[in-house]
Design a protein around this ligand. Structure first.
Ligand code: MCN
Length: 763
């Protein structure tokens, strides 16, 4: 039997999910719980002159709390030096609200319906202030969100003055603006929180989260408790996509449980989710690229204006990642990145599948296509001319990242072959010659991204059970990614056990000693690696114990990985299985010797990469765009389980395609949210998407013993620019150089009209 690593094992957790047996926070029984309803500002920017809760308080069993009652400080941005900490979000707005949806009061009632009624009776006296959703206007200081600080800029990086000589010597210089529009994360399960204080005075919190241990630390900080006084449990979580970490609503539920001594719960509506959960992306990316007439890139400038929403949160850190990854897969000698993150009167921006790296890929991949269009060279050829070559890793880019391993041209070759690129170009030529109203567009993207960017470590704990199976306790927290399968495979592989003999335990801070959670596509390379190392240590202890029992020198003991059995070298007849060993140790009260904890700290992040080819049909009469094909090569190093990894690619690509063609959070010019439900926010279903072609490629990383990089976000990062480039490619004969995203319908139609009338849609 070959190793289970790399086998297409079906997800063991899916039985639970498909039969409706998952456990979600909203479904937890919590007798006698109070329900929280948040009164949210309808104004994007206003002074709060007063709050009159008297009518609400006349309703039975109703309590109302405002900022004056809730003294837990502010919800600070992440502790990164480049972020201005003064623009932190209050848990409940005091004198000023800065976005529509901000919490101004908290209503506690016996049930949810009563909460909705009571919230309507809370009278808030607002004095509207000028508001803007536009980061350019905010950067220019036209509206001030924090007049006391004299600026809306909460983070800036790069030079004050641009380098005027950056493009000296370049034969061709092209510029453009790529708008990575604002998105909503839209997890299938909205946010839900429940908590209570037990008889032992400990606070137990059930959270829809990706990061239970970090949340416990955050709650402890805000509530001035010791972490040990809090238990956080994350049961099954219906998707997070980066956006489900500790939020102000969670902290308010915890505060209220302690304040009232009652169990407290909250579940948001979908509209509340669309206005209240962090939004994503929203960066204006100005690109200038210069090189030779035959396509050698010599210099690249990326100017980022990041809209962080009303308060500085993780959104203020995203441009740093965008800047770090600016070089993409190309060996560009000179790169200049300038970034400004600004507050506007919009929902705060946070991390979402890709978080900062899609923006980098969108910028450089459009820039490369702009250059290719300008010099009239096939975009595949321009990419080939500039790839970082496989022999040069580790490779430090001019934008500051050190890539671990890669084969970018290899990925492009695979993708082009799978898509039959030459055949596609021939079909496109025929369509163009026919003058068909349905034009074919072919778009490429070759990308690299960073996973476990900081880099963080992770905890794993492997214990042999009395029956001879194993339990893995991991600090990673699967919320859709399938760790119950892949992490079990890693441990099974090391112990020589069947996958079903390994149980994965996660998401409870009382059960798992420590952990960082799951985001940044880091879990396999650190949580998986920690599990593997803990399992290896268990095997070493097992060998020592088996040597004692079998009276053979430990050096002569081997673990037969096919049978899960220790025996002497060349003497398989006499041996001990894990069950034999466990039974003996159990009798002697020593089974805990086969229980090992491991903390794995990698030396650096890893850099997954790939190449995508998108084929679209564009209706030149209506602007309608249909994605016909998407070929994805996503290389995440050694794959633990191709069926799960490919599932991640499919989900990721769907997100990436959606940004290119469908999704957009829209504010009107006064910062009113126009897309606060799924009727207005164009969220595609499987019906809008073709089945994607996933092509395997594995270039292991030297950073961990598994050779694994992350795969959870790759599809998203690769797909968007490929699809956007495909739409522009379809329209190139009409003189269109660029179409903003979502590049579909009216925008495409307008780009064609503008091109026909001779005006340049990129300016
Ligand atoms: N995998 C593998 N071989 C590799 C890498 C990964 O077999 N070389 C497997 C893993 O073992 C795991 C899955 O693929 O089962 C994803 O692993 P990894 O790339 O390590 O990413 P994480 O587990 O850390 O997941 C985080 C990532 C992120 S950042 C977002 S956003 C995202 C994503 O995962 N959100 C998701 N995928 C999601 N999938 C679902 N269903 N729901 C979400 O919210």
């Amino acid at each position: 039997m070959a190793s289970v690593i790399g086998r297409r094992v079906l997800r063991v957790e899916d039985d639970r999910f498909l039969t409706g047996a998952g456990t979600y926070v909203e479904a937890l029984e919590l007798p006698n719980a109070l329900h929280l309803t948040f009164v949210r500002s309808p104004y994007p920017h206003a002074r709060v002159l007063g709050i009159d809760a008297s009518a609400a308080l006349e309703l039975p069993n109703t309590q109302v709390f405002t900022a004056a009652d809730i003294d837990i400080g502010v919800f600070p941005p992440p502790p990164m030096p480049m972020i201005d900490k003064r623009m932190a979000r209050p848990f409940v707005a005091g004198d000023v609200v800065r976005f529509a949806g901000e919490i101004v009061a908290v209503v506690a009632t016996e049930d949810r319906t009563a909460g909705a009624d009571a919230a309507e009776l809370v009278m808030v006296d607002y004095d509207p202030l000028p508001a803007t959703p536009d980061p350019r206007r905010a950067l220019a200081g036209e509206v001030e969100l924090f007049p006391e600080h004299g600026t809306n800029v909460c983070m800036r990086e790069g030079p004050d003055e641009l380098d005027e000589s950056l493009f000296d010597g370049c034969e061709v210089v092209v510029s453009g603006t790529v708008v990575s529009q604002r998105l909503a994360p839209v997890p299938m399960e909205v946010r839900s929180t429940a908590g209570f204080v037990g008889d032992d005075d400990r606070l137990t919190m059930y959270l829809t989260t990706q990061t239970p241990h970090q949340d416990r630390a955050g709650l402890a900080r805000f509530l001035r408790l010791e972490p040990g006084e809090i238990r956080v449990v994350a049961p099954d979580v219906g998707g997070g996509f980066g956006a489900k970490t500790l939020c102000v609503e969670d902290v308010l539920v915890a505060w209220m449980a302690r304040k009232t001594g009652r169990p407290v719960r909250f579940t948001e509506t979908r509209s509340e989710n669309l206005a209240g959960m962090v939004h994503a992306r929203d960066a204006i990316l100005e690109v200038t690229i210069g090189g030779s007439k035959d396509g050698a890139i010599e210099a690249y400038r990326l100017q980022i204006i990041q809209n962080v929403g009303a308060y500085a949160g993780i959104g203020a850190f995203l441009p740093h990642l965008t800047g770090l990854m600016a070089s993409g897969v190309y060996a560009i000698p000179k790169i200049e990145v300038q970034a400004h993150a600004v507050v506007t009167n919009t929902t705060p921006v946070g991390p979402f599948r890709g978080a900062g790296r899609p923006e980098a890929a969108q910028a450089i991949e459009r820039a490369v296509d702009l250059l290719a269009g300008e010099i009239g060279v096939d975009p595949a050829e321009v990419r080939r001319r500039n790839f970082i070559q496989p022999g040069v890793f580790p490779f430090k880019t001019a934008s500051g990242a050190t890539y671990d391993s890669g084969n970018y041209e290899g990925a492009l070759d695979l993708a082009l072959a799978a898509a039959d690129y030459d055949g596609l170009r021939e079909r496109q030529r025929r369509r163009r010659a026919d003058g068909s109203p349905r034009q074919l567009g072919i778009g490429l993207s070759t990308y690299v991204e960073i996973t476990n960017g900081f880099p963080e470590g992770e905890f794993g704990d492997v214990e042999i059970t009395p029956e001879g199976g194993a339990i893995l306790r991991t600090g990673s927290f699967s919320h859709g990614q399938g760790h119950e399968t892949t992490f079990a495979m890693i441990v099974a592989h090391k112990l020589g056990l069947p996958v079903e003999a390994v149980r994965v335990v996660k998401g409870d801070t009382d059960t798992v000693a420590r952990g960082t959670g799951t985001y940044g596509s880091k879990s396999t390379q650190i949580g998986g690696a920690a599990a593997a190392l803990a399992a290896e240590e268990v095997v070493e202890t097992g060998r020592r114990l088996a040597a004692d029992y079998l009276e053979i020198s430990v050096d002569d003991i081997v673990l037969d990985l096919e049978a899960g059995r220790f025996h002497g070298v060349g003497a398989p007849a006499q041996g001990l299985s894990w069950a034999d060993l466990a039974a003996r140790l159990e009798t002697e009260g020593r089974l805990d010797e086969l229980h090992v904890e491991h903390d794995f700290q990698p030396s650096s992040p890893t850099f997954p990469f790939g190449a995508h080819v998108a084929v679209v049909e564009v209706d030149t009469e209506t602007g309608d765009v249909e994605l016909m094909r998407l070929v994805a090569v996503d290389d995440a190093g050694t794959l633990i389980n191709p069926v799960i990894a490919h599932g991640q690619v499919h989900g990721g690509v769907a997100t990436g395609v959606s940004q290119a063609l469908y999704e957009e959070i829209v504010y009107d010019e006064d910062a009113n949210l126009m897309t606060a439900n799924l009727v207005n926010y164009a969220f595609p279903s499987a019906a809008e998407l073709p089945s994607f072609d996933v092509v395997e490629m594995e270039t292991p990383t030297p950073i961990n013993a598994l050779g694994a990089k992350g795969i959870g976000e790759s599809g998203t990062i690769g797909a968007t620019p490929a699809v956007q480039n495909a739409v522009v490619d379809a329209l190139a004969p009409f003189g269109v150089r660029h179409v903003d995203m979502p590049a579909n319908g009216e925008r495409v139609w307008r780009a064609l009209q503008d091109a026909n009338s001779g005006s340049d849609p990129t300016v």
